[in-house]
Design a protein around this ligand. Structure first.
Ligand code: NAD
Length: 255
């Protein structure tokens, strides 16, 4: 019997179009905690999930002040891509990955070498800051410099509005163009690799059954069960940092 990880490699090797959908689990080995894994930020502090709704952020200056403090210290600022990210970059370089759809906001896929135009950041990015009033957008480090200098809730320099990281909070819409690109990608895919995501956040989670309905084979790489395991051709519960390099190696060997 073929080991499941090699079965996943074979599916990728035989596919015309491969799409990866990643979540926080691919970045835990870079030192960035996920939300719902056993050590997840929300598993340990359910109150943090409630406060992540955009309505609290807009209404309560104290929530914003706390958010700015946690942005200053975010582990992503010093994080480096791990072997899981690097394996996905290798898949793209060797022609085995067409699109990388990510729920992550940490920018590590681009840092690992995936082409920015092939990475769709469905939940935005923490590396930019956006004004909730006028839409002015600028690099997050510029605004964090103001926070370090003493502004605990820095207003927009253009219009005085509330600033926030360019991420999608609960209660905010995803960028419709990004969602459309992702939907088209998963419909075209022969193989969908769902990696490090609990697949509990919509509308992104819905991309999985859409892809399967349009004929994709589904490979799930996640330590814990997901609601879509029954739809999968292969489910791998091992560590992402080991599984993805093994898949990339198996493709190199079969080339
Ligand atoms: P999640 O926290 O809901 O689920 C992560 C899953 O990954 C868990 O089921 C966990 O068991 C699994 N996992 C963790 N480390 C793993 C490893 N090394 N190997 C195998 N499996 C592993 O994450 P989600 O589904 O992406 O949803 C959370 C939301 O939080 C997303 O919208 C995302 O934007 C955001 N988020 C992003 C980051 C980031 O950018 N790195 C970090 C935390 C949360």
């Amino acid at each position: 019997m073929v080991e499941p990880v090699f079965e996943a490699g074979r599916l990728v090797a035989d596919a015309r179009s491969v799409v990866a959908l990643t979540g926080a689990g691919i970045s835990t080995d870079s030192g960035i905690p996920d939300f719902r894994g056993p050590q997840g930020l929300w598993t340990r502090n359910p109150e943090a999930e409630r406060l992540s709704d955009i309505s609290h952020y807009l209404a309560d200056p104290e929530v914003r002040r706390r958010s700015w403090v946690s942005r200053l210290d975010a582990p992503a600022w010093s994080a480096k891509p791990n072997p899981g990210h690097l394996a996905l970059a290798r898949l793209e370089r060797t022609g085995h990955l067409d699109w990388l759809l990510t729920q992550n906001i940490d920018g590590l896929h681009q840092m690992a070498g995936n082409s920015p135009e092939r990475v769709v950041e469905l939940h935005g990015t923490m590396r930019d800051c956006i004004c909730m009033n006028c839409g002015d957008r600028r690099p997050m480090p510029d605004v964090l410099t103001r926070v370090r200098a003493g502004e605990s809730d820095p207003p927009c320099e253009v219009c005085g509005g509330i600033l926030k990281s360019a991420t999608v909070s609960f209660g905010q819409q995803l960028d419709p163009a990004n969602l459309r690109t992702a939907e088209l990608a998963v419909r075209e895919a022969d193989v969908l690799l769902a990696v490090g995501t609990s697949l509990g956040v919509y509308p992104v989670a819905a991309l999985v059954p859409i892809s399967v309905r349009f004929g994709a084979r589904l490979v799930i790489v996640n330590a814990e069960p997901t609601p879509f395991d029954d739809l999968a051709d292969v489910v791998l519960r091992n560590n992402i940092s080991e599984v993805l390099p093994t898949i990339a190696d198996s493709l190199a060997e079969s080339a």
